[in-house]
Design a protein around this ligand. Structure first.
Ligand code: HEC
Length: 262
C-alpha cells in the first residue's frame, strides 16, 4: 500500500502526532564570531515546552502528542516489520523530546546511540551496520539508486522485527547495507529538531495559497515564484479544495509506510 504523509519525518506516518503537538518556536540569530564550534549549548533546554497561553484543549492536545512521541512501541502497537527505532523520542531527544539526535556528548542528557540497543531488543537478531556507532548520531538511510540503476532516494529501514519475541513467524530480512556502503549507494540523514513544527502545521492551506498569489507584480519583478507541494496523505485534507499540502521538507517526499504497517 502506498501511503504518504504530510510534513513529517523518518517516523512520520502518524500525522496526528505532529499536527497535534505545538512545539516551542526557537529563534535563530546567533552570530558567528570565531571559527571554533562551541558545541551543544549547556544549561536547561530552552525549547520543547508548550507555548504559553494555550487553551486547556490545546494543552491537553500537546500533552497527548508528547505522550505518543515518547511511547516505546512494540509489534502490537505498530513496530515493524521494518523499523529504524521504537520511539520518536529515541531519535529526537537532544536537548529534550522533540529535538535532534541523542549524543554521548550532550551537555544535558548524554546517551549511547539508542539504535545499538534497539537492534537486538526483545530477541531481535539484527546486524548493526558499520555506520551506526555507539558514539555516533542516530541515522536514517536512503539509497541513491535501486539495484536496477533507477533512482531510489527512499528511506530503507535499518532493522527488522524477525527474532523478537513479539514477531511471531515473521522472518523478513534486513537490506544489504554493507553492499550499499561498498557501492557508495548510501545517504545518511540525522534527525532534525521538530521545535516549531506544530506552528508550521497550524498554517492553514488557505494562507499558503493566498501568499502564493499576494504581491504578484513585485514578485514577478524580483523573479520570485513557487508552487505549494501537494502530497498524498493519510490525514484528511484541511484545504477547501480537498488537496493535502505539505509544510515541511523531506518527509513529504518519501513513503512512510513502515511505522504503522505491521
Ligand atoms: C530512527 C530515528 C527516528 C525516529 C524513531 C523518528 N525520527 Fe523523525 N526524523 C529522523 C530523521 C533522520 C529525520 C530527517 C529525515 C531526512 O532528512 O531525511 C527526521 C525528521 C523528522 C521530521 C521532519 C522535520 C522537518 O523539518 O522536515 C518530523 C516532523 C519528524 N521527524 C517527526 C517524527 C515523529 C513524529 C516520530 C515518531 C512517530 C519520529 N520523527 C521518529 C529520525 C527519526
Amino acid at each position: 500500500m502506498h501511503r504518504h504523509r504530510i510534513a513529517s519525518g523518518a517516523r512520520c506516518a502518524q500525522s496526528f502526532v505532529m499536527s497535534s503537538v505545538i512545539w516551542f518556536a526557537i529563534t535563530p540569530g546567533v552570530l558567528l564570531f570565531g571559527q571554533s564550534d562551541p558545541g551543544p549549548r549547556p544549561g536547561p533546554p530552552a525549547a520543547g515546552r508548550p507555548l504559553p497561553g494555550l487553551t486547556p484543549t490545546e494543552l491537553a492536545t500537546f500533552q497527548a502528542g508528547l505522550q505518543r512521541f515518547t511511547r516505546v512501541d512494540t509489534v502490537s502497537t505498530g513496530l515493524g516489520p521494518r523499523f529504524n527505532s521504537n520511539s520518536c523520542v529515541s531519535c529526537h531527544s537532544q536537548p529534550i523530546a522533540g529535538g535532534s539526535s541523542p549524543s554521548l556528548h550532550s551537555p544535558q542528557n548524554p546517551q549511547v546511540n539508542p539504535q545499538i540497543a534497539v537492534a537486538t531488543l526483545a530477541g531481535a537478531t539484527n546486524t548493526i551496520p558499520s555506520f551506526v556507532q555507539p558514539d555516533g548520531p542516530v541515522v536514517a538511510v536512503r539509497f541513491v539508486n535501486n539495484s536496477d540503476g533507477t533512482p531510489d532516494g527512499g528511506v530503507h529501514d535499518l532493522f527488522v522485527i524477525s527474532g523478537r519475541t513479539d514477531a511471531g513467524t515473521c522472518n523478513i530480512i534486513q537490506p544489504d547495507f554493507a553492499g550499499a556502503l561498498a557501492a557508495n549507494n548510501l545517504i545518511l540523514r540525522i534527525p532534525t529538531p521538530l521545535f516549531g513544527a506544530g506552528l508550521m502545521e497550524a498554517i492553514p492551506d488557505g494562507a499558503i495559497l493566498a501568499n502564493q498569489t499576494a504581491n504578484a507584480a513585485q514578485k514577478a519583478a524580483l523573479g520570485i515564484s513557487g508552487t505549494p507541494i501537494e502530497a498524498p496523505t493519510m490525514a484528511p485534507s484541511r484545504a477547501s479544495d480537498g488537496k493535502p499540502r505539505t509544510r515541511a521538507c523531506w518527509c513529504s517526499q518519501v513513503r512512510r509506510t513502515t511505522w504503522r504497517s505491521a
